[in-house]
Structures are given as C-alpha cells and as structure tokens.
Design a binder for this molecule. Sequence first.
Ligand code: PHE
Length: 348
Amino acid sequence: MKSKIETLKSQLLKALKAAKSDSEVRDLEVRYLGRSGKFNEIMRSLKDLSDEAKRTVGKLANMTKTELEVIVQKKYAELEMAAFDVIADKEWMDVTVPGTKPGVGHRHLISKFIEDLEVVFGRMGFAVAEGPDIETEHYNFDQLNMPADHPSRDMQDTFWVKNLKKMVLRTQTSPVQIRHMEAHEPPIRVISLGKTFRKDSDATHSPMFHQCEGLMVGEDISIANLKAVMTNALQQIFEDPAIKTRFRTSYFPFVEPGLEVDCTCPICHGEGKTADGVPCRLCKQCGWLEIAGAGMVHPKVLENVGYDSKKYTGFAFGMGLDRMVMIKHRVNHLRLLFENDLRFITQF
Ligand code: PHE
C-alpha cells in the first residue's frame, strides 16, 4: 500500500511537470485527487486492512494527497504566470521611448518670404494692403495709365476671364496702389504682396508668380526716399548690410521717371566672381542683379484717384519674389518652388 501511494505520487508529479495547460492539470487533478480518483480508491480499500495499518497508511495517504493538492495549485499559478509572460512579450511597450512627432508641415518658402517682407517693410512703417487676384481692366490697366495699345494688355500676356468682360487675372500688384489710394488720403506707406499672372511659361517664367508692390505718397517724397527704402529692405532681405543699389532709367506708364532697381549680387557681393575666383553664374559676372521696377508715381495716376499732384508726390516699386526666394535659398530651378516635391520641400 505504501509503495502504491509513492508510485501514485511520483506519477502525478511527472505528469504535472509535463502538463502545458489548465485543462491538462484539471484532468490530472480529477483523475488522481478527485472524488472517484486514485487516492480515494486507496482510501476505500483501507477497510480491508488491520486497524494499525489503517491508521498509518490512511495518515500517509491523507498527507500525500494534501501535499499534492498544494502542488497542483502551484502548477495552476505557474501556468497563469507563463500566460502573462507570453502576453507581456507580445504586447509590451516602453513608456520611456520618446513619441513620434506628427508631421505638421511648415509654410512654403514663398509664404515664409512674404511674411519676412511684411516684417522688413513693417519696420520702416509700411502697412500691408490687399487686392483681389481677379481684377478689372479698369484697375489693372486704365487707372495705371496703361493705354489700350500697351503691350501688357496684349492677349499674349494677359489671362482674360472668359464670359466676364473686362476682368483679368491681375498681371501685376500695381492695381492695389489704385485701390488703396482711392480709399485713403496721404500720407501713404503700404506694400502689397501676392500672386500675379501672365501667359509666360518656360524655365524661368511661371504663369503664376509673386510680386511685392510698394507705395509711399506724401509731401516731399523723392527718389532719395525710394533709394533709402529699397537699399535698406534689400540689405535686410539678403541679410547683408553691404548690399548697394543702383537705378537705371526705364519706362512704366504709371511712373515718371521710371526706373529699374539693381542691387549688388548677394552671391559674389558685386565682384562678378566668388571669393575663390569662380565666375559668378547668378549675375553673369556683372556684379549686379535686376531686382525691381520703380519710379515716381505719375501725376496722372495721382489725379486719377483724386489727389492733388501739385501737393503730393510719391514713389512706387514692384519686385518679383520668386527669383529672390531662389537666390536667398540657392534654389536653381523655378519649377521646384511650385512642384511641391516633398524631397525638395522637406529640406527647408
Ligand atoms: N508693375 C510693374 C511690373 O509688373 C513693376 C512696377 C511697379 C514698376 C511699380 C514701377 C512701379 O512690371
């Protein structure tokens, strides 16, 4: 009997060791320790033994059974822990790892440049004026003293709006000058930035481009003021206090005299070649860059908006922004600015 108990015990221990699931353990538990299990079988067969043997064997059987019941409970706990380990392996997370930043993007180079210009001119007292992208012929041309036969009005240059007579995608930001003067009295100091449109499309022209217009009108405003404002602005824009400007005569119907504003090349600093002697490709070695059209507001334009042209004078300028952005960020193809290729955009 004693050895039978020992055998049952070692059988159960061995089987428990091999058991891999709750149900296997439960099975063993029932078979060995259950009501009609192997241990109770032994208990029932005790009745055939002597009193002495009943006591000792019964005691041993009871103790062993209790001992095994504890071991079975331990096995359940072990299996449960193992199951947790599997889950922990699969579903763990390290709360100390820094999070992944969502891609929030950033402003386009041109939008950023526009904001920078608002700050630069804002420091000199210029406010920002706005006008519509779709303009009337009246504001885009007539009021600016551009006669019907002016080349800018040519079908080749201008996007006319179909079925809307006399409406155009503005070819310049200059109509904002007129709109602003009509609504305000001098002194005036404004810039206006935004999209402009012309039927040009090649390596260096896009049908949609950006301009910055400037207008200052008051008593005794002269070309000297224009020179000071342009020079200061360009020095700030290109972050180079050594930048100089020069004026050449030119023609725009809404200014008199009309000027072309050049600035010293921000790449070669007006030398025509870089510090290590390489010929400057940006300015084609001449040391100057054409940067804006400008001039003193034509008396006829002032009269068109009801100003007294004997009392007031003013200057205006208009510059293309896209090429300036390209120069500032060393971008060598215009189309990169408008293709929105992430490989390009994410560099800034
Ligand atoms: N509007 C002119 C252009 O687009 C530029 C300009 C603006 C010239 C203001 C003189 C004064 O070419």
